[in-house]
Each structure stands twice: as C-alpha cells, then as structure tokens.
Design a protein around this ligand. Structure first.
Ligand code: HC1
Ligand code: SF4
Length: 558
C-alpha cells in the first residue's frame, strides 16, 4: 500500500484522482468553489490550497497524490490566504444575502460564515449588471458570479450544449452567451444543470411559488396537482432524512394541508406513456421504419435534438411526456367543472417549465399544465407554510386516478422507461423475468448502458443514456454505422430525473440512493406493469375513447 502524509497523519492512496479527494477521504472538509468530481479540474478558486513541507502552496485539486508526499491543510498562512480570497470575491459580489434565492444553500455565504468573515477590507467594486430572466427555467444574475466556471464546464462537458462561456478578459471577464443573446434566445436546453453546480446565486432555478400561492388563495380556482416520480425520493433530503426513501404519502398530506384540491401521481401518466410508446415501438419494428426509436419524456433532450439533430426528430417517439399526457387528461376530466381548473406539476426538473410553456401543449393559448414547480420550490413552500414535513401522517392520492404501477414509478431513474417498456414487450411475464431484468444492465448510475432482449425470432438492442454529451457520442456512433440500436432512452440529467436540477443538490452516491428508493417502491407495488393498471384500462374505455391521438401525442414543430 502507498501512503501520503496529510497533517502528519498517513493516509492510504487508493486510486484517488487528486490530493483533494484524499484529503476529503481523511475527514477534512477542504473548501472549494470549482471542484466537482464529474467535471474537469479547473483549479481557479484556489481555496483548496495546501502547504507542502518546503512551504510551497499548491492547489490540491490539481495535484496528483504520490507516495511519500507531505502536505498540511490548516496552517496560519493557508487560513490567511483563504480569508483573503473570500474577501476579494466578496468585494465585487452582491451582498444582499437575505433576499437571495440561494440564501441558505449558497457556498459563498457558507464559507464566509465558516471563516468568520465579518468585514471586507476592500472597496466594493460590484458591477451593475441586469438580470437575465428571459428563460422559463433559470435566472442569471451576474452580480453574484464568482467566475468559478462550474456552469461553463457543466454545460459543455456533461451536456455538450455550450450555451454559456467566458467572455472578455482580465477584469472585464464575465460569463455570457454567444452573440450576447439572452438565455431564451441562446441554444440553452433548460436542463438547469448549470444552476445545480453554481455555488452562488448567479444562476438559479426560476421561482414560480408566488403564482401558486395566489391560485391556492383564489376561491374560483380548482387547483389540481400531479407529482413526478423522482420528487418523492429527494424532497426529504431538505426536510428530514437523506436515505432516498419514498415519502410520497407525506407529500400528499402536506399538499392537501396547503390547500391543493385534488392530488395525483404523474406516474399514472407514465403508465399511459408505457402503453403508447410500446405500441409505437412495435409498429415501427413491424414496418422496420424510423428506428431506433428515441424516448420523448425529457424536454431538454427534445430541445437538444431540435437544435443539433433535426434529422432525428422523426425517430423520437410522438408520445407526449407523462406530465403532458396527464395534464391533458386532467383538463379533459375536469372540463365541465364550475371552477377555473389550474393544473400544477411538481417536477424534479427545470426544463419541464419550458415544456409546459410550449405552443404544442396549449389549446387556444391555455396550457394543459399551467405551472411547474420544482422540488426545491415545493420545499420552500412547505417551509413557508410552517407545516412540519417530518410529522405529516402519510396520505393517499385521490381517485379516480389512484395508484400507478411500479413501472410508472421507476420512470424517474435512468433506465426506468426502458425497463417499463421491456416489461410490456417481453413475452415472458413471470416474476423471474422481472427479477432477471433488473440485472440485465438497465439499472445503475452509469451514463451509458446497453442491453439486449429476445423478441420473437429477433434480438432487440437497447441503449440507455443520461447526460447529453453521452447521448451525442451514441448519436455519432449510430450515424457512422458503428452501432445499431432499436430503442434508445435519453435523459438529459446524469442519473435521469432523480438527478434533475430542480432537486436538492446530490452527488452520485445520493442519486443512487434515490434510485434505490424508486426500485423499492416498485417491489412493493402489487401492479408491476402499466397494462395491468385498472385506472389506465378504464381511461382507454372512457375519457380517451377517440381522443388518444389528440390528448397523448404531439408533433414538435421545432
Ligand atoms: Fe421525470 Fe417523467 S420520469 S420526465 O424524469 O417521464 O421531470 O420524475 O415526471 O413527464 O413520469 C421528470 C421524473 C417525470 C415525465 C414521468
Ligand atoms: Fe447549459 Fe443546461 Fe444551463 Fe442551459 S440550463 S445553460 S443547457 S447547463
């Protein structure tokens, strides 16, 4: 075994990529703004500096650990150096902490507190720059930017979008879009991953909570809400436990107490998607046309395809996302209500806000889904209401849309849509088939997964990707003829919806726990397959009769 010395204590090197990871393994929470294990090392913020035995100072994130190396993490010089960096950042930063969207989860605020910064010895040179509120998904406030570049690297390296980059040099350096366009006009796909890694309030998720409070207070409004699969395994991280367990019952209880009139589960919409998408897949297989079939639930992926691969739009499923299918079903169901029906969707996702606002999902200017709230916004509303989430007695969702199948619930994790479709397509409906399917390579947090299943005389080749840069690699391999698939599931956010930017921030390990939470719910569901859900069957016999195309499918106009 190889060791290096950290503060005079030997620590074993076990393949850590850099000294910072080793220091953290040793139980020392060294601060940094710009280090994320899934992004390239930028080494810009210099907070993670350590002192070597000769008194030299180096950034631990960009130093490779070697046997015999000796570093110190907490010397008087380092403490002075870190305070100085923080003060310099604060000197040209907006300091309206109390009214900042990021207050309480801001890294700059946290470190200023941790290092006991009570005054800034430099003049405030904050520039007066306008906010960019043009996007439905994110808001940019450059006066809060510390130029760590996390957003730039996320957008480029993980999402292959490159909507934002460093512009200008020296003291004029900023983060901007190509041709200085506003976010709404840029090629941003709305995934929100930049906001998820932004350490300050420079990029935040758009907040629509005020509109919801207003609707809840309007006696003329009937406020109907649907909850996405991934929300139930993440919300508790901010309000209770971090174990990734499903707390759907508590969410329902809290929403009812807040005044929502009818409460449903988006997974019911996902059950509809499974049936529609499988039908479409089987038809295309039969005719051998427009294959591979790409899934269509993720609106950031749709936007990406529109921007970069318009030729692939014909391969994307015509199914609306579960949220939009369910939104249309809800508006149809309540169309004779004597109140104004307002459909709210609680989603792990920022791009869903833009999806809801698309013209394709409006009838005479009125959207099927009127508002999308992220998990984070719901957390804020719960706090504001004073309701103690931890003490809520779990309650069930309302009829007539009742409980979804397990297949509809696992939609929220990468591979879930695929698994749900395979359950429907496979001839073998035994419990053992379900069990083996779990080990066929569709589960897990890897960004690219592959599997194949027998189908009649054929073998179907299936790929599951999350992270748009991973999708891009696959698309290039398909276009060059190197790879062949029949079905491809694409989710823009790493890990699928559980890793959505509307959720509390999570590392890979925490995302995996959320995924387990969804699989556990599936195991506990009596109904494993969408087609066995009696709610869905009665919908096809009733409300959806003659309206399947109108309410459940879409043609994106690009
Ligand atoms: Fe998702 Fe979906 S799974 S896209 O990740 O297909 O957002 O959770 O609601 O619509 O059901 C998100 C999650 C969500 C849709 C479903
Ligand atoms: Fe890039 Fe996604 Fe942020 Fe848009 S929302 S700038 S696509 S990371």
């Amino acid at each position: 075994a190889e060791f290096m010395m950290i503060d005079d204590i030997p620590v074993e090197i076990q393949g850590e990529k850099n000294v910072l990871e080793l220091i953290r393994k040793a139980g020392i929470d060294l601060p940094t703004f710009c280090y994320y294990s899934e992004l390239s090392v930028y080494g810009a913020c210099r907070l993670c500096v350590v002192e070597n035995k000769w008194g030299g100072i180096e950034a631990s994130c960009s130093t490779i650990p070697k046997a015999g190396m000796e570093v110190y993490t907490n010397t008087p010089r380092l403490r002075k150096y870190r305070k100085m960096i923080l003060e310099l950042i604060l000197a040209n930063h907006c300091r309206d902490c109390t009214t900042c969207e990021k207050s309480g989860t801001c890294k700059l605020q946290e470190l200023a507190m941790r290092f006991g910064i009570k005054e800034v010895r430099f003049e405030n040179t904050k520039k007066d720059l306008p906010m960019d509120t043009s996007s439905c998904c994110i808001v940019r406030d450059e006066t809060k930017c510390i130029l760590c570049g996390d957003c730039v690297r996320m957008c480029d390296e993980v999402q292959n979008v490159g909507a934002i980059d460093f512009v200008h040099r020296g003291s004029e350096m900023r983060i901007g879009t190509a041709f200085h366009q506003c976010m709404a006009k840029s090629n941003c796909v709305g995934c929100g991953q930049c906001a998820a890694v932004c350490p300050t309030g420079a990029i935040v998720v758009k907040n629509d909570t005020a509109s919801i409070w207003k609707e809840l207070g309007d006696p003329q409004a009937k406020v109907v809400v649907q909850i996405a699969p991934a929300v139930r395994v993440a919300i508790d991280e901010a309000l209770g436990q971090k174990n990734g367990k499903n707390v759907m019952g508590k969410i329902v209880a809290v929403l009812r107490r807040m005044g929502f009139n009818e409460i449903f589960d988006t997974s019911t919409g996902a059950d509809l998607t499974v049936l529609e998408e499988t039908n479409e897949f089987l038809k295309r297989l039969e005719k051998n046309e427009r294959l591979p079939l790409f899934t269509s639930c993720c609106p950031a992926w749709i936007k990406y395809a529109e921007n970069k691969h318009p030729d692939l739009l014909q391969n994307i499923s015509t199914c609306r996302s579960p949220m939009e299918m369910f939104g249309a079903v809800l508006k149809e169901h309540y169309k004779h209500s004597n109140k104004r029906v307002v459909v709210v969707a609680i989603m792990p996702c920022t791009a869903k806000k833009a999806e809801a606002a698309r013209d394709e999902f409006k009838v005479e200017g009125t959207p099927y889904v009127d508002y999308v709230l992220t998990t984070q916004e719901l957390i804020q509303m719960v706090r504001e209401s004073g309701l103690v989430f931890d003490e809520m007695e779990p309650e069930a969702v309302d009829m007539p849309f009742g409980a979804p199948s397990g297949a509809g619930v696992i939609f929220g994790v990468t591979g879930g849509v695929t698994e749900a479709v395979i359950r429907r397509v496979a001839d073998d409906k035994s419990i053992n088939m379900l069990r083996t399917l779990a080990f066929k390579g569709v589960r897990g947090m890897e960004g690219v997964k592959e599997t194949s299943i027998p189908f009649g005389e054929q073998t179907l080749h299936i790929a599951v990707v999350s992270g748009l840069a991973n999708a891009e690699v696959l698309i290039q391999q398909i276009k060059s003829g190197e790879k062949h698939y029949d079905l491809i599931e694409v989710m823009a956010c790493p890990g699928g919806c559980i890793g959505g930017a509307g959720q509390p921030f999570a590392d890979r390990e925490q995302k995996a726990k959320r995924g387990q939470g969804l699989y556990e719910t599936d195991r506990m569901s009596s109904i494993k397959r969408a087609e066995e859900n009696p709610v869905i069957l009665s919908l096809y016999q009733g409300l959806l009769k003659g309206k399947v195309h109108e309410l459940l499918h879409v043609e994106y106009k690009g």
